[in-house]
Design a protein around this ligand. Sequence first.
Ligand SMILES: [Zn+2]
Length: 196
Amino acid sequence: MQALKIIHYPHPTLRHKSKPVTRVDAQLKQTVNEMFQLMYKAKGIGLAANQVDLPLRLFVINLSGDPDEGEERVFINPVISKPKGQAEADEGCLSIPQVNGTVLRPSKIHISAYDLNGAEIDETVDGLLARAILHETDHLDGVLFIDRMSDTSKKTIDGLLYEFENEHKALVSSGEIPDPQTNAKRLAEIEARYCN
Ligand SMILES: [Zn+2]
């Protein structure tokens, strides 16, 4: 696998709907470890596999954002149910740096998933953890927090998004980011290894 790095909006992999992971090998464990390191370096509290250009249904979270504090959590094949309540809060995303916006989400959810050792996760969560899990699970479905912003608040960040779109076009022209077809082929190869 290529060296991991965080990809930015509007990279096509961020719109890819990930398939469940059926195989965890040593390389995938190493990848998860690298995802934590990239997340800390970028000062984030959560990172989904799509954000490092991998079509895998998993994400990592450490609410403290600090490798020496908090708890490192890995969620594989997350399924969210029983959403309750509503809460508004400001969100950001490592794939759209410097952009923030208010997002309305359920305040309490149930999450089922597996951790990296194959142990079942079955929890009811609220607060920041619920918000982080919802944000990261959205990534796995190809959804970004900007999709959930109100039209009026999204208008305030349109200019910033346009800059990301221009930057993306330049990276595609220079060959640094593959065209959508080549990218889809590469994602299918990774899926064949981990999602069958
Ligand atoms: Zn994000």
